[in-house]
Design a protein around this ligand. Structure first.
Ligand SMILES: Cc1ncc(COP(=O)(O)O)c(C=O)c1O
Length: 346
């Protein structure tokens, strides 16, 4: 961890337009979520409301602190946490809401922020899917409580692996910087000159979660490509939307890309046809993804509390992520995917 890491942090903050907060870089998005959970002060006996349509690292970050997840349902259109379902899950042990921007949508952050303020809760905003996107004119990462980005190998922008927390509070920035390097007080200003100290002192529990210069250098070069990557992904999603509109058996995002650097283009089809459709696409050499099996059905997570989860359960068995790349995708490529889908569903 040295010069490139500080430059990567500055580049991320500048790119998203952060004025009142700083970026703290970590080894992965999962590590960043764990640190976010510690910043939120989570511990045994605490509960965190988290959508069941989430990445395993969301639940594991909560569990790593000794707190427990409470699974919440998602909005039927966006598959982001449904603010209308959060209220009924807030109880005396609730400490935080974990909100994930999903695919090519962002959450209703105003509603979530208002609920959190009304109940004195922290918001951990997982923006792994939404770096370079905005919400009502505000850059993602510039306005939510504790915001996390991932730059893992399959994200829109990759550093091969990296995570970032956007933090407004200086004490929380210092806490994150100590925790990422074994709980030691090695001053980043020294390390960021590619120097190291030998008289460091461990002042708290910590982890080996710091980012290396090599990953940071890759991240800096990728962030510079954001405008091109955004345009390529928006254009691919727009073509998918044009080609997949008007079929009763296909639900998909049709018009939400202008503020987004879309991470996933997903469709929903009748559940009984989903696996057959994926196999038909595979036969044509077209790979697809599943984001995700809902968390509450994973063996270890069945023990945790939940609200009613009809949308998460439906989405878990009817959603498919279609091919989407940061490099340009030709109309021919997208049309071949769409033609295969339409032919199968007919
Ligand atoms: C929504 C979400 N959150 C968190 C993560 C974890 O990030 P990382 O892979 O950088 O640890 C991912 C990774 O795929 C993700 O999609």
């Amino acid at each position: 961890m040295g010069t490139d890491v500080s430059q990567f942090e500055a580049t991320v903050a500048e790119t998203i337009g952060a004025s009142d907060r700083k970026a703290v870089a970590l080894a992965t998005g999962g590590a960043a979520l764990h640190v976010a959970a510690l910043i939120a002060g989570l511990g045994p006996g605490d509960e965190v409301i988290v959508p069941s349509m989430c990445h395993l690292s969301n639940v594991q970050a909560i569990l790593a602190t000794g707190a427990q997840p409470v699974f919440c349902d998602v909005d039927d259109e966006t598959l982001c946490i449904d603010p209308h379902r959060i209220d009924e899950l807030i109880g005396p042990h609730t400490r935080a809401i974990m909100a994930l921007d999903y695919g090519c949508y962002v959450c209703d952050h105003d509603a979530i922020g208002a609920l959190a303020a009304a109940h004195g809760l922290r918001v951990i905003h997982d923006a792994a899917h939404s770096f370079g996107s905005s919400s009502n004119g505000r850059g993602i990462g510039t306005f939510t409580d504790i915001c996390m980005f991932s730059f893992d190998p399959v994200k829109c922008l990759t550093a091969v692996d990296a995570g970032v927390l956007m933090l407004a509070d200086e004490d929380e920035q210092r806490f994150a910087r100590q925790i990422r390097i074994l709980g030691s007080d090695q001053p980043p200003e020294v390390m960021y000159k590619n120097a190291r100290t030998w008289d460091y002192d461990a002042v708290r529990v910590g982890y080996r979660y710091h980012l290396s210069n090599i990953h940071a250098a890759l991240g800096i070069s990728q962030v510079a490509k954001l405008p091109r990557i955004r345009a390529n992904r928006q254009s691919a999603c727009t073509r998918y939307a044009e080609r997949l509109q008007g079929y009763d058996s296909i639900r998909a995002p049709f018009n939400c890309f202008s503020d987004m650097t879309p991470f996933l283009y997903f469709i929903r089809v009748p559940a009984e046809l989903r696996d057959g459709l994926r196999a038909a696409l595979k036969d044509e050499g077209i790979d697809t993804g599943l984001h995700w099996r809902p968390a509450h059905i994973h063996t270890y997570f069945t023990q945790f509390h939940r609200g009613p989860l009809p949308v998460s359960e439906a989405a878990g068995s009817d959603v498919i992520s279609l091919p989407l790349h940061s490099a340009p995708m030709s109309d021919e490529v997208i049309d071949r995917v769409c033609d295969t889908i339409v032919k199968f569903l007919r």
